[in-house]
Design a protein around this ligand. Sequence first.
Ligand SMILES: [Fe+2]
Length: 289
Amino acid sequence: MLIAQITDIHLGFDPGNPDETNRVRLDAVLDVLTRGPNRPDLLIATGDIADRGDRDSYLRLRELFARCPFPVWPSIGNHDRRADFLACFAGLEGGDGFVQYTVELPELRLVTIDTLEEGRHGGAFCARRAAWLDAVLAKAAVKPTYIVMHHPPFESGIDWMNTHPGEPWIETFAEVVRRHPQVRGLICGHLHRAVTAAWEGRTVAVCSSTAPQVSLDLRPIDAEQPDDRAMIVAEDPGYALHRWNGRELVSFHDRAGAPATLARYDARMQGLIRDLKAERPGEGGGPHI
Ligand SMILES: [Fe+2]
């Protein structure tokens, strides 16, 4: 099972321009996922899919997603707006108007939650959303489960994008997660950079954005004193592949660029491949004595 992830598309950053940078960058990633060697079984798009939460951007995304040769499951971020999002992506409402739903896969379960509070940049998670999550998790207490959400619940260290661990929504969310040991990890976006962390004993995989990235600068930032530091940088558009191997979810982070190939699988490499395969149980090799 191969789950692809894109995040922070920010379509509509340049309104009225159908060839805007963020669209070109999104297309580059969709092209890799569609035509590359690693065709996913499904794609999740973890929020901030439209920069201004406008219906036109959602309609364009809906059309793009419908053309993908695999199902696409969008979730909501702080730049999104629920009313237009739900008007364009029907069936993703999990009660009380929130964008919350489950994706049932053969061996694991994805539970998507809504961390948007309109008018706020940072995350939110209220008692109503928590009750929904608690009930949904209780329905499958054994099946390995990953929670899909826009805002990571940990403090990243990129000061201007930080989540403060004392924010009340973190504890509301954590209380639910602690009750459900089948929650193996979280899959997030928002930071515009690939990051991993352990949080409450779970792995958190944060995918880089298809839109330009947040500069990796871990110095404190002074709200009263602009210091001309780089904040947004245009590295190649990012995506992630999460591969379920039957035991663990293994996350790869990559970019839709064109790196130089330094070695190919040709006759010169064949000896190495034979040796490596021969070392593995069940692939022709026994233990080396
Ligand atoms: Fe965001």
